[in-house]
Design a protein around this ligand. Sequence first.
Ligand code: AP5
Ligand code: ZN
Length: 215
Amino acid sequence: MDIILLGPPGAGKGTQAQRLVETRGMVQLSTGDMLRAAVKLGTPVGLKAKAVMEAGELVSDAIVSALIGEHLDQSSGKGAIFDGFPRTQHQAEALDMLLSERGRNLAHVIELEVDEEALVERITGRFTCATCSAPYHERLKRPAIDDTCDICGGHEFKRRPDDNEQTVRTRMAEYRAKTAPILPYYEARGLVSRVEGMASVEAVASQIDAILDGT
Ligand code: AP5
Ligand code: ZN
């Protein structure tokens, strides 16, 4: 089953996608993660994307659609969770093409409905373990022992360079201007379901499970 998780920065797309990977064996295809990996490796794509991401703007449709095309075949078993893709009408059409070439089609587009001001707080406080990527938050979820990862015992933590308030506000504006307008494209096909994204992680997860299980 192929699904899209749609929502502004910090809505919880990555958190919910990781859970679906663990519980259902689906594959998470996050263009944000793919781009961050490219930046870290210093590939030609990474070199182009770095400044755009740090400004909170969108990387070109051609680059991200090509990244998804390269990774799509990894997810042919239990299906893919598209996380942070598509973000423009052009990307939505490119995804349809990539799926139909493989005889696949979208089962659900799940929109996480959230309060943007609360998201600024969520994003500017988050950090992860540099060793195992476990997610933390300055106020909402600190490690049990300060400076020690609960999962792996590591002492190094990192923050995303685009998680400062100014960049977050640009990312939100990009979402409103370019990504939210693709919803009608999917609504016309009866694919969109909405979940209350400000609920707890567990409550959001059970709303998503109900949609995927058709209950
Ligand atoms: P990307 O990596 O996709 O970032 P984003 O969309 O801004 O989303 P985030 O990863 O910030 O948030 P999320 O919704 O995954 O939330 P999370 O689960 O982490 O994109 C980054 C950049 O790459 C873009 O700005 C752009 O430049 C480029 N890019 C990527 N894809 C592109 C594309 N397709 N086209 C063009 N450019 C592209 O949760 C956030 C925090 O909240 C965490 O701390 C988490 O623990 C916490 N949390 C989650 N859920 C809850 C909950 N229910 N209650 C309380 N806390 C919660
Ligand atoms: Zn760790």
